[in-house]
Design a protein around this ligand. Sequence first.
Ligand SMILES: *Cc1c(COP(=O)(O)O)cnc(C)c1O
Length: 404
Amino acid sequence: MTRDEARALDAADPLRGFRDRFVLPEGVIYLDGNSLGPLPRATAPALADMIERQWGERLIRSWNEGWIEAPARIGGKIARLIGAGEEEVIVADSTSANLFKLIVAALRLDPARKTIVSELGNFPTDLHIAEGAVGCVPGAVLKAVPRDRIGATLGEDTALLLLTHVHYKTAERFDMAAWTERAHAAGALILWDLSHSAGAVPVDLNGTQADLAVGCGYKYLNGGPGAPAFLHVHTKWQERLANPVSGWMGHSAPFAFEDGYRPAAGVTRWLAGTPAMLGLAGLETGVDLLLEVDPVLIAAKSAALFDSVAAIGDALGLVCVSPRDPALRGSHISFRHPHAYALCQALIAQGVIGDFRDPDVLRFGLTPLYLGHEDVVRAGEILREILESRTYLNPEFSKRNAVT
Ligand SMILES: *Cc1c(COP(=O)(O)O)cnc(C)c1O
């Protein structure tokens, strides 16, 4: 695609207006919104209001002026992005902590079922947390197997199938309906990690009868670095699963100050401690912005951007590890290259920000709200120039940072 063709597509893009709703630094092509979403313009004023008025002036009165409802209110908004009921989602803690709560709860549901099945190569925290959760429940085991053995590993001892809907490295997407059905056929629950899905691809938790889900606030939801995460529990499980982190905010009457724990009704019981209001304010702004957008347009533009970048990769001889069929992937594209880390650093030095995933994956987030076709064509030109000049071999690009 030429620059002129790309400009023509951008001019006709129905999502074009959303680009100005974000702060995007001059000279940067941001291809990492799948890892840290950029700053929405509305966020700084919302945080200023949170800090100066709600905290500074209203002080503790703010808890009764909208703060205490914030986890359920924002959860209800996220529910609309993932096909869940508004009473089934709450915002709390981190994705890691929410995984722990739900995995332990699922392992304690049926004494005859003590196995978690998951995928080798799943996002590390999912497997690490599953390992920790298994250690908290006597007799529990974790079976992490390659993708092609997951089905055969499900059995009458399986309590929970833990899957990440869109793979963080390859962008491969599980068929949510088919895998939920397989888990249920084995008598197990399913827990979907939607970290790379929410705000990126269509998700229909209730249409597929999914039991449980978690996901990140700081990726495609643009909630800000370390934004609180979300947690989903299908209505049918809400009174049957117990939160092992039984904190007072999940109590049915926190301000009765009782000695004993009595879980709140509904999804509120998955709260543990006091909500992080500054983080919630940023998350709500990001979610409100996404709720303005037709998800069909997001999916269509993501597919078009993907095809464009895949064609650039093909022309440069890069090995694409992401599925070509839009129904089988998320909204990022990954290439394998022996010098992936150095290439990534050389690109960042020229303002093209993607990321690297060990050992050899170069990953680009394709986020339709603020990326245009011209951006990806320009990024492709810069990538070509770096590959042809071999500037990525400059030793400064091989120095490993703590965060890649
Ligand atoms: C990003 C991501 C996480 C992050 O978990 P945190 O607790 O926010 O660090 C978890 N799981 C998946 C699949 C992710 O992509």
